[in-house]
Design a binder for this molecule. Structure first.
Ligand SMILES: [Zn+2]
Length: 256
């Protein structure tokens, strides 16, 4: 019998690997911002007011680059998750199936999801928020004549205080990709039943999550958590959801 939890564990490794890479890349952008501040600093470490406009426009380009980094790193993790899921299904469920790997860029990353936002939109929004806060720190700092080292410290605090936004984005996108690919490969190969399984690593308010409900629902009288591939809600129950999918045993019975 296929070990569907093993696939789910492999997917969470992609979450972590992607987050590590993204945080490294964001760190490099923060370094670039530090260098930029150095370039604009006078001997006494302050920045001239008349150079503020140019500094802020350099900041804009850096934040645009940052949103591309967020998008690229996340889609790379999503691709790995999609490929691993499709490969798992043809290897462990039915070797006569085709993989039907989704095109992550076109099928998922540019498509609008929750709140009508695509990953592309969300990467820009997250990066734009950093940009807004950093911009006001720089502007205020320049008018107050504070040192660039102080500005740099405040910028670091912003990044450190908002790391959880990146966690949320990356984990949500990769987990959704995995579940969507799981459903897609099954559907394309003509297998319509999917079992939805909740997975809460020590979550205190699990009962408030959609997945708690879904795992107990029995919409077709086939057993709790058993849905059809077209029931879209099982693919992205809520942000950062790590629920995993399997194929019900009544389907696997004949094939195992
Ligand atoms: Zn959940």
């Amino acid at each position: 019998m296929a070990d569907f939890q093993a696939l789910a564990r492999e997917i969470s490794e992609y979450d972590e690997r992607t987050l590590r890479k993204l945080k490294r890349d964001i760190n490099a952008i923060r370094q670039e911002l530090g260098d930029l501040l150095d370039d604009f600093a006078n001997k006494d470490d302050s920045i001239n007011q008349r150079r503020l406009g140019r500094l802020l426009s350099e900041l804009d380009s850096l934040m645009a680059k940052q949103s591309e980094v967020i998008f690229d790193d996340t889609t790379e993790g999503m691709s790995l998750a999609a490929k691993a899921t499709a490969l798992f299904l043809v290897t462990h469920v039915n070797d006569k199936w085709n993989q039907y790997v989704l095109n992550v860029q076109n099928d998922l990353a540019m498509r609008k999801w929750l709140n009508d936002l695509s990953l592309w939109d969300r990467s820009r929004i997250i990066s734009g928020r950093y940009g807004d806060e950093i911009r006001s720190i720089i502007r205020q700092g320049v008018y107050q004549g504070v040192s660039t080292s102080r500005i740099r410290r405040q910028v670091r605090e912003i990044y450190e205080g908002t790391e959880s936004n990146l966690d949320r984005l990356v984990v949500s996108e990769i987990q959704n990709t995995y579940r969507l690919q799981f459903g897609h490969t099954n559907k394309q190969n003509g297998q319509i039943w999917i079992q939805f399984n909740e997975h809460f690593p020590a979550s205190k308010n699990r009962r408030n999550h959609e997945c708690y409900e879904y795992a107990r629902e029995d919409p077709y009288g086939k057993g709790p958590g058993i849905f059809k591939v077209d029931d879209e809600k099982i693919y992205s129950p809520h942000p950062q959801c790590t629920s995993y999918l399997s194929i019900p045993s009544f389907v696997l019975g004949g094939e195992a």
